[in-house]
Write a new protein. Structure first.
Length: 282
């Protein structure tokens, strides 16, 4: 099944984002960041789901909190950790109410990131102790698993850009950016991987490892994939190109029984072309 991220369209209210996607022929929608909290959003989603027979997934920063912050389950700051845990609990409950069988959120960060730094250069502030932060993430994940019942929890691989490599003098402040880090985290907690291919492409370039090999290792262990393209330096959410190396790589994988989400920030005409291309590849 191919979902479209609600982040691909820009509205303050999630009902308007969903409506625009529905009006353009999409019924599988991943609810993600980019909208604002408002009273009654859940009722709106349930009404739209019933009216148009929609399939929803919730992702990371949805539902939007009243006061914005960066979700970080590895934070050693008590306030950030508490906000993160409560937010993720709400997202799991919303997933249940919407009939979603999966919920994914980003792996943690070894420092707290400001809202203004999302997708940009991150300031070089104090680092957390990586071992303690990783343990906090694992403890939090296991607590959330106990609450998830029939909602399957996924952890998404992070992106380590060239810009942040320079800022932190090569020190990686992001959890789960490659296959080795996946194996290390998997040895500590039993989780499923949301593989963000665009994140992996950038991180592989930054870390000086082969993207194609990383992709082949990680695609087989995930049944939930985020798709977009970029220049391997930054996460740009570019559209898929029929003759691109990424599409050629996808064509040679076993993609059966996997869910995909397109995270392409372009026109809806372009998103439809990407959808059709991905459908053809699958």
């Amino acid at each position: 099944m191919i979902y479209i991220s609600s982040s691909c369209v820009k509205h303050k209210k999630i009902k308007d984002s969903v409506q625009e996607l529905v009006d353009n022929g999409f019924k599988e929608i991943e609810l993600s960041g980019g909208t604002e909290y408002y009273d009654g959003f859940e009722d709106d989603l349930l009404e739209l789901k019933e009216k148009y027979d929609l399939n929803f997934l919730c992702h990371n920063y949805f539902p939007p909190p009243k006061d914005h912050f960066v979700v970080n389950l590895a934070s050693l700051n008590e306030e950030v950790y508490s906000k993160t845990f409560e937010h993720l609990k709400k997202a799991i409950e919303l997933s249940k109410n919407l009939g979603a069988k999966k919920f994914a959120f980003h792996a943690g960060f070894f420092m707290d990131i400001k809202v203004s730094e999302i997708g940009k250069k991150i300031s070089n502030d104090n680092f957390f102790d990586k071992e303690k932060a990783t343990q906090r993430f694992c403890n939090g994940f296991e607590e959330l698993q106990k609450l998830s019942s029939n909602v399957k929890l996924y952890v998404e691989n992070n992106v380590f850009s060239a810009t942040n490599y320079k800022t932190f003098s090569g020190d990686n402040i992001f959890m789960l950016t490659n296959s080795q880090e996946y194996s290390e985290l998997k040895s500590k907690i039993d989780f499923d991987l949301l593989l963000d291919v665009a994140h992996l492409k950038v991180s592989s370039k930054t870390l000086g490892i082969d993207f194609e090999n990383e992709f082949k290792k990680m695609i087989v262990i995930s049944d939930y994939i985020h798709i977009s393209d970029n220049d391997a330096l930054h996460d740009l959410n570019h559209k898929l190109q029929k003759d691109s190396s990424l599409v050629e790589l996808l064509k040679h994988q076993n993609l059966k029984n996997k869910d995909f989400t397109l995270e392409v920030y372009d026109s809806l005409t372009s998103i439809r072309k990407c959808y059709d291309l991905l459908q053809e590849v699958i």
